[in-house]
Ligand binder design. Structure first.
Ligand SMILES: [Fe+2]
Ligand SMILES: [Fe+2]
Length: 470
């Protein structure tokens, strides 16, 4: 028999901590709230600035990572707002700037003129400062009395550390550039002047001056792509026309589904502009829109994975960007949202996402079925988001829908102009892609599928005729 005192015991204090830590004086509720508000502010600014940089960031891997990281920040902002609201705080004061030096710090990173500087600002300064702040918070507060905050901080740390590691690798991949240290020192000076992100250190009295942010940030609505994306005005293949043509096999249609998914990278490019140019909404609007933006980036990556799974080099296919380009440069943010909602509603009925899932299911390619299964589920969520934040601005659903339809029609099809201005030859890229897929599958191409040559000249993606301006 082991001695009594060595017997296993059930951990006390619900397993949160030991009695010594539970007696730690920690922080008062007021101090906790003040600290949360600083973390909240920087996370919210990080969400905003990453979103603001998605459209014009050419590097595909950064475009998708910014979409992801902006969404993660939005989730942690939401958690912190909830926690602050639990701490005897109304009015919450969550829209106030906690310290002018923190505002300058975030403005500087937002205005970073190059991707290199942006990455160093985000992943070299802001994210590490947040990690440091949350770690210190956990080490300082009373782990039993303030357990709900500790939980929020631990979840934030989990994802901030992953963001940090991504950023470290991205910065390493870009290499070092002279002059970068000076700029980063300016950013650290902002943190020192603010008494650290937590505000619990003495504030340095270093003189701060706006550098890049001396000129206010200007959002660039023109989508940029890296070298793997070429012939971006190409409207030489209408994948929807192929998809809904009963002559073609589900297996062949999967190639068009993968293309449609990858082409969705234009949705984050467009949604980022709506989010950035729609100030003053309740916080939940930004959280929901950020989630949808991230889903669309994920759909693009699922398409990419689809091509990789078939051994197809997707960079040989022109991934069109005229949808995000035209919406961002020709419509107001509200009208862009109208088009988005109208298109997504069109995806809901029998002929939309369910049909794509059925095609994928019948294709015999399990990955295609999985991709369409989740794509469909995400679209149902997006439809709810649209109902909450777009449709509520109209007397009823039908008015909201027909407005979206009209907005889409006002986007002139510039198919002919692109051709006339030699922006594209509208090359029919389909036969080449189809032939290479058939060679990999070891099958003979279906002559009818191989001959497919329907373009976007006269039919838009929902297979309605293009009528010019409405
Ligand atoms: Fe999507
Ligand atoms: Fe969607």
């Amino acid at each position: 028999m082991p001695p009594t005192d060595a017997r296993p015991t059930i951990p006390p204090l619900a397993g949160l901590c030991d009695f010594d830590s539970a007696q730690r004086p920690g922080l008062s509720v007021e101090e906790c709230v003040a600290w949360h508000k600083r973390n909240h502010y920087v996370l919210k600014r990080l969400f905003e600035l990453l979103t603001a940089r998605i459209t014009a960031e050419p590097q595909y891997e950064l475009k998708t990572a910014f979409s992801h990281h902006a969404y993660l920040c939005a989730e942690h902002v939401t958690a912190l707002r909830t926690r602050v609201s639990e701490m005897r705080e109304p009015p919450l004061g969550l829209e106030e700037v906690p310290h002018p030096a923190l505002e300058l710090l975030c403005n500087e990173v937002l205005c970073a003129p190059t991707t290199d500087e942006l990455l160093r600002g985000v992943y070299g300064v802001l994210v590490p400062a947040l990690i440091d702040s949350f770690e210190n918070y956990i080490a300082t507060t009373n782990p039993l009395a303030d357990a709900p905050s500790v939980r929020v901080a631990r979840f934030a740390l989990l994802e901030l550390r992953e963001m940090n590691e991504f950023g470290r690798q991205a910065i390493e991949a870009l290499g070092t550039r002279a002059g970068m240290l000076d700029w980063m020192t300016d950013l650290y000076d902002c943190l020192l002047a603010a008494g650290g992100l937590s505000g619990r250190q003495p504030e340095s009295n270093v003189k701060l001056r706006p550098g890049y942010s001396a000129k206010p940030f200007e959002f660039d609505p023109v989508p940029k792509r890296d070298a793997r994306f070429h012939d971006s005005f190409n409207g030489g293949v209408n994948p929807e026309a192929f998809l809904y043509d009963e002559r073609f096999s589900p297996r062949d249609k999967v190639l068009m589904l993968f293309y449609k998914r990858l082409r969705e990278i234009d949705v984050p490019e467009m949604m980022a502009s709506i989010i950035h140019q729609t100030p003053g909404k309740p916080w939940k609007y930004y959280r929901d829109m950020s989630r949808q933006l991230w889903d669309e980036a994920r759909h693009a990556m699922l398409g990419e994975v689809g091509f990789v799974s078939q051994g197809i080099d997707w960079s040989s296919i022109p991934i069109n960007f005229t949808w995000s380009l035209n919406l961002n440069t020709q419509l107001s943010p509200r009208d862009r949202h109208a088009v988005l909602y109208f298109i997504e509603q069109g995806l809901m009925p029998r002929n939309g996402k369910r049909f794509e899932w059925e095609v994928a299911t019948e294709s015999g390619i399990p990955l295609a079925k999985l991709i369409q299964d989740f794509d469909w589920a995400d679209e149902v969520l997006h439809s709810q988001i649209g109902r909450e934040w777009y449709v509520t601005e109209f007397p009823n659903l039908n008015t909201a829908l027909s407005y979206g339809d009209r907005c889409w029609s006002t986007i002139l099809s510039q198919w002919q102009r692109y051709l006339d201005e030699s922006l594209t030859e509208h090359r029919n890229w389909w036969p080449e892609l189809y032939r290479s897929a058939c060679a990999r599958w070891g099958v003979t191409p279906d002559p009818a599928a191989l001959a497919f040559d329907q373009t976007y000249a006269e039919v838009r993606a929902d297979l309605k005729a293009i009528t010019g301006s409405a």
